[in-house]
Design a protein around this ligand. Structure first.
Ligand SMILES: *Cc1c(COP(=O)(O)O)cnc(C)c1O
Length: 393
C-alpha cells in the first residue's frame, strides 16, 4: 500500500504470520521450540544472522506480533514483551544498570515499583533517589555524576499526578540520562512519551491493553540499542511472555482505540457529576479544570484516561461502607477492565500502614479510586451515588 497508515490502523492490520490455511485471525503458536531442517540454518539463527525463531523464551510469532503492534502505537523502533508489567520494569532496570549506577525515580510510582527501587536495587549496589513529582529543583538536585536513568509514570497510581513529559524529556537530554516512562495509565492512544524524548516506554499490559481482566503481561519498547540489551538480558534470565497471553493481547490492541475513547468519556462524565455530590470532598481527574496539573494534562494527553479518584466524607469508615454498599461495581485489585472497579486503598491495599505513612504516600482516609468500565455511564453513576448515600455517616 502506498499510503502510510495511521498507527491505530497499523496496529489493527499488522499480522506478522499466517499458516498455509490463510486464516484471517492469527493462529496460536503454542510451542516451546522451533525446528530446523539443516544445521547451517540453526547455526545462522544462533549467530543472529537470521530472524528464525529458536525457542519461545527468546521469541515466538504471537509475541512478535504483539510487540510489532505496540511499536506501531508508541512510535518505537523495537520492543520486547514480558510475563507481567513488573517483569518489564524490572528488566528495563536490571539490564541497563550496574553496580555503582544511580537511578532517579519519581516518588509516586506503582507500589511494587517503589519496593523494587527502594529495597532490591540497593542490594545490587544501584542507588536510587526518590524525587517528588513536579518539583524541578528537587530533580536538578538529585542528579549525580553516576546517574544513568530517570524512571517515572504519568498519570500516577492512585493519586493521578501528571508529570510534564516535555520538561522531563529536556531534563533527561541535558544530563544524558535514559528516560524510562511507565505509560500504563495513559496507553499510547492518549500519550506518546517517545514524542517527548523518552528512550524507553514500559507497560503493564494487564491493565488497559488487555482491558478485559484476563491475562497478565508487560512490554518494553523504545530505542533499538537499549531494547537489544534488554532482549539479551531477558533471553538469558527468562521473564518472557507466554504465546497464549500474547495472542490474547495482540487481539486486544485492535480494539484499544475505541475502548479507551469510551473509558475516558465515561470517566470524565462521572467525575464531573460527582464533583457536586454532598458526600464527596473532592474529585481528581486529569481533564477536570480543578486538577493541579490540568494544563500539562491537556498539553500531553488526548483524553484524561479511564481512572479518577475522589475523597469521600467520613474517612476510613465511610470508605469501607462505600465498598460494601456497591451493587454493580466490582471490588477487586485491578483496573482497566470493561467492568467498572472501585478500590479504597486505606482499608485494603494500604491497610497495614499507619495513618501518617499512608498520608506520606498520598493515601487519604476516604480516597476511592474508580476505574471506569464500558457499562453505560448512567448505570455507573447510579451505583456510585446510591453507595455514597449509604456510606454517609
Ligand atoms: C499494575 C501496574 C504495574 C504492574 O503490572 P503487573 O502486570 O501487575 O505486573 C506497573 N505499573 C502500573 C502503573 C500499574 O498500574
Amino acid at each position: 500500500m502506498s499510503r502510510k497508515l495511521d498507527p491505530v490502523s497499523q496496529a489493527i492490520r499488522i499480522q506478522t504470520t499466517q499458516s498455509s490455511q490463510q486464516e484471517h485471525s492469527t493462529p496460536l503458536y503454542i510451542t516451546s521450540s522451533f525446528t530446523f531442517n539443516e544445521a547451517e540454518a540453526m547455526r545462522a539463527a544462533f549467530a543472529d544472522e537470521s530472524d528464525d525463531n529458536i525457542y519461545s523464551r527468546f521469541s515466538n510469532p504471537n509475541v512478535d506480533e504483539f510487540v510489532a503492534k505496540m511499536c506501531a502505537l508508541e512510535g518505537a523502533d523495537a520492543g520486547f514483551a514480558t510475563s507481567t508489567g513488573m517483569s518489564a520494569i524490572f528488566s528495563s532496570m536490571f539490564a541497563l544498570l550496574k553496580q555503582g549506577d544511580h537511578l532517579i525515580c519519581c516518588s509516586s510510582v506503582f507500589g511494587s515499583t517503589f519496593t523494587m527501587v527502594s529495597k532490591y536495587l540497593p542490594r545490587f549496589g544501584i542507588t536510587c533517589t526518590l524525587v517528588p513529582a513536579g518539583d524541578p529543583i528537587a530533580w536538578e538536585a538529585a542528579v549525580q555524576p553516576n546517574s544513568k536513568m530517570i524512571y517515572l509514570e504519568t498519570p500516577t497510581n492512585p493519586q493521578l499526578e501528571v508529570l510534564d513529559l516535555e520538561w522531563t524529556g529536556q531534563f533527561a537530554k541535558k544530563h544524558g540520562l535514559i528516560l524510562n516512562v511507565d505509560n500504563c495509565f495513559a496507553t499510547p492512544l492518549l500519550q506518546k512519551p517517545i514524542d517527548y524524548g523518552a528512550d524507553l516506554v514500559v507497560h503493564s499490559a494487564t491493565k488497559w491493553i488487555d482491558g478485559q481482566g484476563r491475562v497478565l503481561g508487560g512490554v518494553i519498547v523504545g530505542r533499538a540499542d537499549l531494547v537489544k540489551e534488554i532482549y539479551l538480558f531477558c533471553r538469558n534470565t527468562g521473564p518472557s511472555m507466554s504465546p497464549f497471553n500474547a495472542w490474547v493481547l495482540s487481539k486486544s490492541l485492535e480494539t484499544l482505540d475505541v475502548r479507551m475513547q469510551r473509558h475516558c468519556e465515561n470517566a470524565l462524565k462521572i467525575a464531573e457529576i460527582l464533583q457536586s455530590h454532598p458526600n464527596v470532598a473532592w474529585v481528581k481527574y486529569p481533564f477536570l479544570p480543578t486538577h493541579p496539573q490540568y494544563e500539562i494534562a491537556k498539553k500531553q494527553m488526548k483524553l484524561g484516561g479511564g481512572v479518577f479518584c475522589m475523597e469521600i466524607k467520613g474517612g476510613l469508615e465511610a470508605g469501607r461502607k462505600f465498598l460494601d454498599s456497591l451493587e454493580m461495581l466490582s471490588v477487586t485489585a485491578n483496573l482497566g477492565d470493561t467492568r467498572s472497579i472501585a478500590s479504597h486503598p486505606a482499608s485494603t491495599t494500604h491497610s497495614r500502614l499507619t495513618d501518617a505513612e499512608r498520608l506520606s504516600v498520598g493515601i487519604t482516609p476516604g480516597l476511592i479510586r474508580i476505574s471506569a468500565g464500558l457499562e453505560k455511564a448512567q448505570d455507573i453513576i447510579a451505583d456510585i451515588t446510591q453507595a455514597l448515600e449509604k456510606s454517609a455517616l
